[in-house]
Design a protein around this ligand. Structure first.
Ligand SMILES: [Fe+2]
Length: 376
């Protein structure tokens, strides 16, 4: 039985947080390294910086650090690290002090935990996620000008992570203590928070907190330059008869305003392809709050979210490689409050009498729109 969520919030440490620059890489454990290499290199076009029998180190086209993704062969598909780059080597001392004060497990590896990266700190944070911080890293060729290597669907940068956690406000408060700022969130009129987007670099996010059973990893996202690059990836997947890899999209998000596509890798790890969100770097950047019943929040065109997107996510590992236990969300789930009684259609305010005007009433022909609902 999942344990109940601790009612108390995580205390704010006296020690200052490390100065985080950006999300830098994710270490994924995969169960078939060759299959995963095929997906991320041959299909998606990430660049191999280095590889051996146990691991493949990949980077995006514009990256100058050693890697943005590590695929490591292992027994259970899971996430070994959400890794962030900090502003200077001294910030690692701050990371140690910050997490030690919180009573977290903290390990420091002067030679790094992966190839290409030096002095690093790994922790299990108070939310149960394996986080890493580093500054020292091997520089490699930035391939931005190597148009001879670019593909129509070139992935140019790592954009963000997305984490599933049962108590979103608790997670947000902790992440704010870590120096993150909220850019957008999804709430309801009763005050339940379903998700929040948090940034260090001046984009919509470096990571998001999605409400659900956790800690789990919802997705890792890579950026393309333009919308047409995402369409090209869809076309390529179709041509390779890999359309089953497409879980959701392509589409336009309401939250973040970005164009998106969600894929599932050979182990089921979810990967988002993402482009064209907006600048958030001003200190008074306005926070955007979406109503959970706004059917344009997750898809600006109003397309439904498939149930698997709400329910499925990857386990995360502790520092010894053991899957972290998952705690159930006790607040209402976004899927439960936004998918209709037939299991697949949209919700609006529950009946027309609650709607503010005719525009709020869901047209009859949109009821039960989701195709699987009709077929059943
Ligand atoms: Fe995302």
């Amino acid at each position: 039985m999942p344990e109940p969520i601790a009612a108390h919030s995580i205390p704010t440490p006296v020690a200052p947080p490390p100065d985080i620059l950006r999300c830098a890489y994710m270490e994924l454990v995969v169960t078939d390294l060759a299959a995963s290499r095929n997906f991320y290199v041959d299909v998606l076009g990430l660049v191999v910086t280095e590889e051996d029998a146990e691991a493949v180190y990949l980077r995006s086209i514009e990256e100058f650090i050693h890697h943005n993704l590590v695929l490591r062969q292992g027994p259970v598909a899971a996430v070994a690290a959400f890794s962030y780059r900090v502003r200077s080597p001294e910030e690692l001392d701050r990371a140690v002090a910050f997490y030690t004060e919180l009573g977290c497990e903290v390990r420091r590896a002067p030679e790094g935990f992966t190839r290409g990266i030096g002095d690093s700190v790994r922790v299990i944070d108070p939310l149960g996620f394996p986080y890493e911080f580093f500054y020292d890293v091997q520089h490699v060729e930035r391939l931005a000008w190597r148009y001879d290597l670019h593909t129509p669907g070139a992935l140019v940068r790592l954009d963000h992570f997305n984490q599933v956690t049962p108590d979103v406000p608790r997670a947000v408060k902790f992440m704010e203590d870590l120096g993150f700022r909220v850019t957008e969130d999804i709430q309801d009129a009763e005050g339940t928070t379903y998700a929040a987007w948090l940034r260090r670099k001046p984009t919509v996010h470096d990571t998001a907190m999605t409400g659900g059973d956790g800690p789990r990893m919802h997705h890792v996202a890579f950026a393309t330059h333009e919308k047409h690059n995402i369409i090209a990836i869809c076309d390529k997947l179709g041509a390779l008869r890999l359309s089953d890899r497409i879980e959701r999209g392509p589409g336009r998000h309401g939250v973040s305003n970005a164009f998106y596509l969600y894929l599932r890798d050979p182990d089921g790890h979810r990967v988002e392809i993402y482009t064209q969100d907006y600048w958030t770097g001003d200190p008074d950047n306005p926070v955007v709050t979406w109503d959970v019943h706004d059917n344009q929040r997750r898809d600006w065109w109003g397309n439904p979210v498939v149930p698997s997107w709400y329910t499925e996510a990857s386990p995360v590992l502790d520092l010894d490689g053991v899957p972290q236990p998952v705690v159930a969300r006790t607040d209402t789930s976004e899927m439960a409050v936004t998918i209709g009684a037939d299991g697949f259609s949209y919700t609006r305010p529950e009946d027309a009498s609650r709607a503010q005007d005719d525009a709020d009433v869901l047209p009859s022909w949109k009821q039960g729109e989701y195709k699987l609902g009709h077929q059943l």
